[in-house]
Design a protein around this ligand. Structure first.
Ligand SMILES: [Zn+2]
Ligand SMILES: [Zn+2]
Length: 510
């Protein structure tokens, strides 16, 4: 019926599956609709004895339509008895991988798979988990269990690592924007020839500069993700945030937390406007961040400025206000083309998108004029170092940008009033006539100067003695209530006036 049948038939006479219990088989019957949200587990159990020695078992299960990721974890109770089980997988359209006994589980999707397995669509139909039995002793019965997770559209971001890289809450420093061989990233090869630049060099650069996380956001593809899944196992102190730069002719935006490619042909029947893209990103638990919105669009940079007709700017979750590519070409974070103008326009409409940064590095080896990976750095307060943790941290708005790259510099804001406290990114309710306080905490900024930035009709606020003399500093500023909403944030400048840090606002509303 399908191409893998001969492969299986050859071993079928050896495959009288003993005591196989398809505990959840009924739920796996392909009656499902063409897509479903969430995931479901099948538990396949069985046993092997000496009679199965040097054979291959075929444990079949049915996959309904609409599955985007297949994950299998296998355990058995024969290790102490010296039983060895090998694992392999065959899909409806053929062989998908073999890991021998060196792995106890694997995952695969259209874009990425555990090494030893081939990425590709999770086709509906009959699949087979292959269990090879190279070693089992006389008199031994080994029971195995395979947990098969069939995931459709999952409302949470994809994680390449099985667990958070770090489990503690804190400030995490990263770069949300870089390119590799999977789009237009290029660098000098070992012999000095220009070559598409492999993704591991971006990770090496991120690690070397001290970043906690990095995102490889190649243009309109998910092809980088198979390499990245493999590399995450080795780069296990650095979180790789899945991402892609959705590159339209009317602007660019990073889809973060998603591995499968997003539709980018904006203005065609495939994507008539931004809303289906936003819906899809949201359905997958991802985030769409508008990139370098202030850049001009023209022959030098095709579709770079954000000119997309946008009926729902309130759906913009994040804006890349400082872009390393622009910094490399102008020598400054601040320029007429920087993204802060676009971002503050949204803030003044009463919207709360989070400001982030990205190096937009296209050459991790720096063999061409670039902003290095981590320049600028986005610093996110997150509950842990995972993709979900970082994206939730960005959504909270407790985020600042360090133009100089990673280091130990911190700026944090908290507003307090009769209604409670709001951290940077949060909203304090403060009616006209009430009064609150803005606490500004800094670290590592001795010799620099604070600059208050306000908007949306904020009352006059000023900092007396804005210079920072000590390594750690705490300021307390009176914050008046107002009949209309406003926002307040800070820039930090060095002795020459150059922008070093940019905070997100706290929002005040009656
Ligand atoms: Zn771009
Ligand atoms: Zn880019």
């Amino acid at each position: 019926m399908t191409s893998h049948r001969p492969f299986l038939r050859a071993a079928r006479h050896l495959m009288l599956c003993a005591a196989l219990i398809l505990a959840a088989c009924a739920t796996a019957t392909p009656r499902a609709p063409t897509a479903f949200a969430g995931s479901r587990d099948l538990v396949l159990t069985g046993q092997v004895t000496r009679a199965d020695w040097q054979t291959y078992k075929e444990i079949t299960f049915d996959v309904p339509a609409g599955i985007e990721r297949l994950t299998i974890a296998v355990s058995h109770d024969g290790r102490e008895a010296h039983t060895t089980l090998d694992l392999g997988l065959v899909g409806p359209n053929g062989f998908r991988g073999w890991s021998g006994s060196n792995k106890t589980g694997f995952t695969l999707s259209a874009t990425d798979a555990t090494p030893s397995f081939s990425p590709g669509r999770v086709e509906p139909g009959r699949w087979a988990l292959l269990i090879g039995v190279p070693a089992i002793r006389e008199g031994v019965t080994t029971r195995f269990e395979a947990r098969v997770t069939l995931a459709g559209v999952q409302a949470r971001p994809v994680e390449f690592a099985a667990a958070p890289i770090r489990t503690t809450a804190g400030w995490y420093r990263g770069d949300f924007h870089a390119h590799t061989a999977h789009s237009d990233g290029s660098c000098d090869s070992l012999s000095g020839k220009r070559t598409p630049c492999p993704a591991f060099l971006t990770l090496d650069a991120a690690r070397a500069t001290g970043l906690d996380f990095v995102s490889v956001t190649d243009h309109n593809t998910g092809a980088q993700n198979n390499s990245l899944r493999e590399l995450q196992g080795y780069y296990d102190t650095l979180l790789i945030v899945p991402g892609q730069e959705v590159t339209t002719l009317f602007g660019h935006a990073n889809a973060l937390g998603i591995t499968e490619p997003m539709e980018f042909r904006l203005g065609t029947p495939y994507l008539p406007n931004l809303e289906p893209l936003r819906d899809r990103v949201a359905a997958h638990g991802g985030m769409l961040s508008v990139n370098h919105p202030g850049q001009p669009t023209g022959e030098a940079c095709l579709g770079c400025g954000w000119n997309a007709p946008d009926a729902h700017p309130e759906r913009i979750e994040a804006v890349e206000v400082i872009n390393g590519g622009s910094m490399a070409s102008t020598g400054l974070a601040e320029s007429p083309n920087w993204g802060v103008v676009f971002w503050e326009r949204l803030l003044n409409q009463g919207l709360h998108p989070t400001a982030i940064g990205g190096s937009d590095n296209h050459d991790a080896r720096m063999t061409s004029k670039q902003s290095p990976v981590g320049m600028p750095t986005t610093v996110v307060y997150a509950t842990n170092l995972s993709t979900a943790g970082i994206l939730d941290g960005v959504r909270s708005g407790r985020v600042f940008i360090d133009v100089a790259g990673p280091g130990r510099r911190i700026i944090d804001l908290a507003a307090t009033g009769p209604s409670g406290e709001a951290r940077m990114g949060g909203t304090l309710r403060l009616a006209a006539g009430q009064s609150g306080r803005l606490r500004i905490e800094t670290q590592g900024l001795a010799g620099m100067t604070l600059q208050l930035v306000t908007g949306n009709g904020a009352p006059a606020l000023s900092l007396t003695a804005p210079g920072l003399a000590a390594d750690t500093d705490v300021r307390d500023l009176a914050l008046p209530g107002s009949a209309t909403p406003y926002w307040v944030r800070l820039n930090v400048r060095d002795a020459s006036g150059k922008l070093m840090l940019l905070s997100n606002p706290v929002y005040v509303r009656p």
